[in-house]
Design a protein around this ligand. Structure first.
Ligand code: ADP
Ligand code: MG
Length: 369
């Protein structure tokens, strides 16, 4: 049902009390820079566009005299943003000068040296690839390029079936080999992409990693209570004084609404993967950007959104992508291998399942429009 214009206007004016207004939560994105210069208690909150996403870093402060000054807090946030930018420059396959882009230009079937930082992240990615029987795959660049999800303009048609079939035939498992440099006196690691059906794309894990690195930057500056929110994927440190951080989860079919609210006390991360972020429709079929490598197509499991809570955002990010592809039953089996990881699975009909520790307060599906 269409709402009359005056009602919409009233919603905007009141910013409250209308059913389309999301529950106020700590991860509502705004673009303000706020901090009261003469108070050591007010939160510092800065939003910037980094990694192609609006990222907000908020520092909460108690009146504790050990807390950094306002200037120090702002500097800590600036440093955390610089760290996110550094990680993006190193790991994004969209940055032509990144290490990941460089590796993608090198010959297949041979080992090449990689930095310690990338080796460490690849080791985490490959562990999840193993655990998920190749469902999580940081080597899907050729398939992702075939689908064209991150191209401008975005795709409107799926690729030809024979192109996908060709990729499936060529896809090696494992497609990425990481090893210590074999020479006795050598230090560091080297990586091999097995053939041309493999290319690095860390889109399923790198945002979480950047959040973790930014969190560590804040911690190194003495910050104890903070929220780093990269478009809904986030990590918290500490709390908001006596209260936990209150985190809203977006309704997968109605982005301005909050479907569930979860209270987090840090260090804890929450990352969501859904079928609504990059998407097109062709002949009424939804095509989205999270691919099932076993079919070469956007995954069609029984879930449309999965949120994962874990102690760090790297793991939460990789697992949210993985569980999204696996669906509820296989996803729950995978979770048994991980400690202190919880998940909320949302189905197309807006019914849901959450593991014991997730503890989200369910706000329910929206009333019909
Ligand atoms: P987003 O980053 O959009 O919030 P995800 O964390 O779920 O969402 O990651 C989706 C991205 O991960 C895709 O855009 C692509 O770069 C990559 N990706 C897609 N399918 C897979 C997969 N099966 N395994 C690992 N990475 C994937
Ligand atoms: Mg992910």
């Amino acid at each position: 049902m269409k709402r009359p214009f005056w009602l919409l206007l009233l919603c905007v004016v009141l910013l409250n009390g209308c059913d389309s207004t999301p529950e106020p939560t700590d991860n509502t994105t705004d673009t303000t820079i706020s901090s009261e210069p003469y108070s050591n208690i007010a939160p510092t909150s800065i939003t910037r566009l980094v990694m192609g996403t609006l990222v907000t870093i908020t520092i909460w402060n108690e009146s504790d005299i050990d807390q950094p000054t306002v200037a120090a807090r702002e500097q800590a946030v600036v440093n955390a943003f610089a760290e996110i930018q550094r990680v993006d420059a190193a790991l994004s396959r969209h940055q032509p000068k990144s290490e990941v882009s460089h590796i993608n230009t090198l010959a297949r079937g041979e080992f090449h040296p990689i930095s310690d930082e990338l080796a460490e992240l690849m080791a985490q990615a490959l562990a999840i690839t193993d655990q998920s029987e190749n469902t999580f795959d940081a080597g899907l660049l050729p398939l992702i390029t075939l689908w064209g999800f991150s191209q401008e303009p975005p795709p409107t048609l799926p690729p030809q079936a024979d192109e996908i079939a060709f990729w499936l035939k060529q896809r090696p498992t494992p497609g990425i080999i990481l090893q210590k440099k074999p020479k006795a006196d050598a230090i560091g690691h080297e990586i091999k992409l097995v053939n041309l059906a493999v290319g690095l794309d860390l889109g399923g894990i790198a945002k979480g990693y950047a959040i973790d690195r930014a969190t560590e930057t804040l911690q190194a500056e003495g910050i104890q209570n903070a929220l780093i929110n990269a478009g809904g994927d986030l990590r918290v440190l500490g709390s908001k004084g006596a209260r936990p951080w209150k985190i809203g989860i977006q309704h997968p079919r109605s982005p301005s609404r909050v479907i569930a609210v979860s209270n987090l006390v840090g260090p804890r991360a929450m990352v969501t993967s859904g079928d609504y972020e990059r998407v097109f429709f062709h002949q009424d079929i939804r095509y989205h950007h999270i691919l099932d490598p076993s079919t070469g197509e956007p995954s069609r499991s029984d879930v449309i959104s999965v949120s994962v809570q874990a102690d760090n955002a790297t793991l939460a990010d990789a697992l949210s992508t993985t569980l999204f592809v696996m669906g509820l039953e296989k996803g729950l089996a995978l979770l048994e291998h991980y400690e202190n990881v919880d998940a909320l699975f949302i189905h197309e009909d807006a019914s849901y399942y959450q593991t014991k520790g997730f503890k989200a307060q369910w706000m329910g599906p929206p009333t019909s429009e």
